[in-house]
Design a protein around this ligand. Sequence first.
Ligand SMILES: *Cc1c(COP(=O)(O)O)cnc(C)c1O
Length: 223
Amino acid sequence: MGTIAKNMRHFIDLIPNHVKIVAVSKTKPNEDILEAYNQGQRIFGENKAQDLAAKAEVLPSDIQWHFIGHLQTNKVKYIAPFVTLLHAVDSFKLLAEINKQAKKNDRIISCLLQFHIASEETKFGLDMTEAIAILEDVRFKDLKNIEIIGVMGMATYIDDELVIRKEFGHLASNFKELKASFFKEQDSFREISMGMSGDYQLAIEEGSTMVRVGSSIFGARNY
Ligand SMILES: *Cc1c(COP(=O)(O)O)cnc(C)c1O
């Protein structure tokens, strides 16, 4: 068994059944993806729209492709025909464009709202006030071709378990608050995407329903 197959099998056996594994295959070739696929993995994550579209075209059609990175509005059209879930929606403008492209393709596209939970400075991710502003926007209810099914976040890249745990706990509490205020009647609003190779265990303990694991499955990335 190859290394990727072994790693994939390890994670499939290790991660509890209520947590989905997104195998993050960004920068990795199709043969690596197939090695994981042959162990039964069906959810793969990418963060470049054109790379994703190229891979989806030639790889098995029962793969569920997740877009996990920051998405520019002008790139939505490349993945709208087939993408299963967008993890990092952080503006009304992006949501409106996803809706527009989903409608063109006669689909409803599932999305997660990305929260900024880390102490690191990054321009991506919402705080609670901004998320509420999106959900209360008068135009929001007209977006019939998107469905928000949960939240996503990235913890600070740090060794301090307490800090990471606190940030994941913060995301889980944002999820609960939004669920109670906006999505009580919507069963599909149930996903908390948090946890990567270095911190997935803590994320699961704090309530993750989806871990995004790349290098621990496919090895280090060469950019
Ligand atoms: C690259 C990436 C991952 C996977 O990171 P690893 O540390 O390789 O597991 C997860 N989430 C996002 C948003 C990423 O960009």
